[in-house]
Design a protein around this ligand. Structure first.
Ligand SMILES: C[S@@+](CC[C@H](N)C(=O)[O-])C[C@H]1O[C@@H](n2cnc3c(N)ncnc32)[C@H](O)[C@@H]1O
Length: 198
């Protein structure tokens, strides 16, 4: 969507970029791992072995540790990789920054570059997240915040529909109460899907 790359470049050029905090535990299958929308490398740094990280923001990639990953500047809608290049593809908090037709295209591309029998790990914010509704409406459940970045909030069945060519291994909502804001929750959908069924 227009203006998104500029908004991300601005975000990552600030001394305190928004994407930080501890990285989650991640299931991997095989040795060839790709993270789409790797940002400043929080998830890449937590992986047990080397991976390829792709992001469209140069400022994000410049902040990524390079000892753990090969970095590629690119667009999730047109991946510069051959079919079946990766055993595991991570989509952690990147799909929520795309509008509907882009989400469909990004998932098609992610599946294209996975091997048959590959694994996809996904994390997105859910409609119960405390930030739902902040900003101006772009599409259903999608808002552009003051920093210009678009956020879409998912329902579980929407994730299943989007990833329908894959087999669901698990999909859970993880909810964390915010200590200093009673009643406010950070709500994420966390899932693992496999291309076994193809
Ligand atoms: C919230 S950050 C997630 C960072 C990372 N996945 C992690 O877990 O630490 C989202 C990232 O997706 C990237 N991104 C958003 N839209 C993109 C696109 N169309 N193509 C490539 N990267 C994109 C942004 O630049 C940003 O670095």
């Amino acid at each position: 969507m227009k203006g998104q790359l500029e908004a991300w470049e601005k975000e990552y050029s600030s001394p305190d970029p928004l994407w930080k905090g501890p990285a989650p535990g991640i299931s991997l299958r095989g040795s060839r791992v790709l993270e789409l929308g790797c940002g400043n490398g929080k998830t890449l740094s937590a992986l047990s072995h080397e991976a390829v990280g792709l992001d469209h923001s140069l400022n994000a990639l410049l902040r990524c540790p390079t000892n753990r990953a090969s970095l590629v500047r690119g667009e999730v809608l047109h991946l510069p990789f051959r079919d079946g290049s990766f055993d595991t593809v991570l989509l952690h908090h990147v799909l929520e920054h795309l509008v509907e037709d882009e989400r469909v295209k990004a998932v098609e591309e992610a599946i294209r570059v996975m091997v048959p029998g590959g694994l996809m790990s996904i994390r997105v914010f859910s409609v119960r997240d405390m930030r739902y509704g902040k900003g101006t409406v772009v599409e259903r459940n999608t808002f552009r915040r003051g920093n210009g970045i678009v956020y879409h909030y998912f329902e579980p069945d929407e994730v299943r529909t989007l990833l329908h060519p894959l087999k669901e291994i698990d999909l859970q909502e993880m909810v964390a109460e915010k200590k200093y804001a009673p009643g406010a929750v950070r709500a994420e959908l966390v899932g693992t899907f496999s291309s076994d069924g193809r």
